[in-house]
Write a protein that binds this ligand. Structure first.
Ligand SMILES: C[S@@+](CC[C@H](N)C(=O)[O-])C[C@H]1O[C@@H](n2cnc3c(N)ncnc32)[C@H](O)[C@@H]1O
Length: 120
């Protein structure tokens, strides 16, 4: 279990989410998630049955995050960001996060470009 984090249902109604069990400072690394990266022509196989949980991973590839990486919910004004480093996804705090806060990332774009679900 990644330190300082827990998974529980989000009070927003967005299903499970990742919550802080300790405070994180702005700029602090929250989690380093190993990625299962599909071969270029096997992305659909990885996504099948896990739609909405995979990441685009450069060169048109698709990857599933281990740890809690595939369980962070989305916000257009998140408190964390993601960085791809080789075969890891690094989650970093973009502002101060208090104990009990839900940790959000921005899946993509802006409120204008949208995501595939109604944002709560
Ligand atoms: C990567 S999963 C996140 C974990 C998911 N909440 C769960 O319970 O497994 C992405 C899915 O969570 C939901 N989700 C994430 N952020 C949301 C939000 N802000 N509002 C509503 N649903 C959200 C959507 O159903 C989306 O397809």
């Amino acid at each position: 279990m990644p330190a300082g984090l827990e998974v529980k249902n989000s009070p927003t109604g967005a299903g499970r989410g990742v919550f802080a069990t300790r405070a994180f400072k702005k700029g602090e690394e929250i989690e380093r998630c190993p990625m299962l990266v599909a071969d270029e022509d096997r992305g659909d196989d990885l996504e099948s049955g896990a739609e909405g949980y995979v990441f685009g991973w450069g060169d048109g590839r698709t990857a599933l995050a281990l740890g809690y990486g595939s369980l962070y919910n989305h916000r257009y004004d998140p408190n964390a960001t993601t960085t791809e480093t080789g075969d890891e996804l690094v989650i970093t705090a973009t502002r101060k996060i208090a104990v009990g806060d839900e940790i959000y990332i921005n899946y993509m774009g802006t409120a204008q470009t949208g995501v595939w679900f109604d944002v709560l």
